[in-house]
Write a protein that binds this ligand. Structure first.
Ligand code: AMP
Length: 434
């Protein structure tokens, strides 16, 4: 048997899964996607679908050459040379902010709107060490606001949207963590302070953090290594290095969150892994027991330099990404019932079968989900099948019914049955269902 590749998985209809664990049931993903799509509509976002692979340099430049994603986790290969070009280096997208920013530049969206508000739903690929809540293909729902404004209201609106989606989906025990990483100048001052503070303690740092000390000291704050924690705790907070503009921005974000009744905690150590953030950064975790250690559900922030880094005009940006696989892990098992067919049409005999084909078509055209199984079987066996499929009603068609012009309609949930006239049967099903 050939199985899925390591740390990838099939998302299945619950009724076709051997697994009692609901974390890969497709209808739970669909529920969150539908809720998100509705929130995006309300907030004036439009969907964008970018390719799942891009030129490697997009991520090297857009995510940051020194990040874990780019150094360790990307699926990259050299394409075969074609008629028209040499084989180029391509990469499965590990995230979608850089692709959306690329699309913004490629299509010169600033010529059409002052602010582009775009959302995406789709798979991302990172070669991570898998565990519960961490996969090599995972799904994100994300959004980007690209344009002229860096007003704190833009940041708060984005946070409000993602909190709204999570709350409506039914995610328990949410916590919003907030911080600022300042602008280029305050980051440079902070990085210098980190370097100075750690210069005499390099031997005590973990190997990863020692490397980051050289390449990207901010990322030391992300370290989970036990031995790094006392050193990290002793670092001054980035707040000490903010200039007036960044400080005012952060204070305003906090004030607007308070006004919107969105609780948060300030986490001075939150810097997030990617290079492109400026000012506001945030992360949303759930303390639901079902999620385990990978409890970050969503993250994002402001990235005013990204579009320019990728060769576009100076552009302000704010965005977030929500990890769908993890959101689904936190949802209570009974949160969403799976879709079941409304009607199962049972045919007893050859003549009834041909008539049943017409009836199932009629039901479907009227918008009902209706099933018919062509294999001839006894009434008892057909009813058993209808129950197994979870159908709400069975329509029973045999010789007697064909002669009388009265169909038998059985309510499978209540185990009751009635007869309905052939010319109004569909109407009956619809009213009973209603
Ligand atoms: P990031 O793009 O790293 O900021 O991630 C945003 C969100 O995507 C995280 O908060 C997670 O919920 C989710 N996520 C990131 N990496 C993975 C992964 N390997 N497997 C599942 N979800 C992930």
């Amino acid at each position: 048997m050939i199985r899925t590749a390591a740390y990838t998985r099939d998302l299945l209809p619950a009724s076709l899964s051997n697994d009692a664990d609901a974390s890969a049931f497709i209808h739970r993903f669909q529920l969150v996607e539908r809720i998100a799509q509705d929130w995006f509509r309300r907030y004036g976002f439009q969907e964008i679908r970018t390719p799942i692979f891009e030129r490697t340099e997009l991520f090297a430049r857009g995510v940051g050459a020194e990040t874990d994603i780019v150094t360790k986790e990307m699926y990259t290969w050299r394409d075969r040379a074609g008629d028209d070009r040499e084989g180029e280096s391509l990469t499965l997208r590990p995230e979608s902010t850089a692709p959306v920013a690329r699309a913004y530049i490629q299509h010169q969206m600033w010529k059409h709107v002052e602010t582009a508000r775009l959302y995406y739903i789709g798979p991302q690929f990172r070669r991570e060490r898998g565990q519960r809540g961490r996969y090599r293909q995972f799904f994100q729902i994300g959004a980007e606001v690209l344009g002229s404004s860096d007003h704190p209201a833009v940041d708060v609106e984005g946070i409000e949207l993602v909190m709204g989606v999570l709350a409506e989906a039914g995610v328990p025990d949410l916590e919003l963590r907030l911080n600022t990483v300042g602008n280029a100048a305050s980051r440079a001052a902070f990085v210098a302070a980190i370097r100075a503070a750690l210069a005499n303690h390099l031997d005590a740092l973990s190997e990863d953090s020692r490397r980051r000390y050289e390449t990207n000291p901010l990322r030391i704050l992300d370290s989970k290594a036990e031995q790094d924690q006392p050193l990290i705790a002793a670092l001054p907070p980035i707040q000490d290095f903010l200039d007036d503009e960044c400080r005012t921005h952060f204070d305003t974000v906090r004030r607007y969150l308070d006004a919107a009744d969105i609780p948060y905690v300030v986490d001075a150590r939150l810097v997030r892994g990617l290079d492109y953030y400026t000012k506001t950064v945030f992360e949303i975790v759930s303390h639901a027991p079902s999620i385990g250690s990978q409890n970050a559900l969503a993250g994002g922030g402001r990235y005013d330099g990204l579009v320019e880094t990728l060769g576009g005009p100076p552009t302000r940006g704010f965005g977030f990404a929500l990890g769908l696989d993890r959101v689904v892990l936190t949802l209570p098992a009974d949160r969403v019932p799976e879709d079941r067919p409304a009607l199962f049409v049972i045919h007893l005999g050859e003549v009834a079968f041909e008539r049943a084909l017409g009836l199932v078509r009629e039901a479907r055209r009227a918008g009902l989900s209706a099933l018919l199984d062509p294999t001839p079987r006894s009434l008892k066996s057909a009813l058993r099948l209808a129950n197994k499929l979870g159908a709400r009603f069975a329509l029973i068609l045999g010789d007697t019914e064909l002669t009388s012009g009265q169909w038998v309609l059985r309510d499978l949930a209540r185990a009751e049955q009635t007869t309905v006239p052939a010319d109004t049967w569909l109407h009956h099903v619809q009213t009973l269902r209603g």
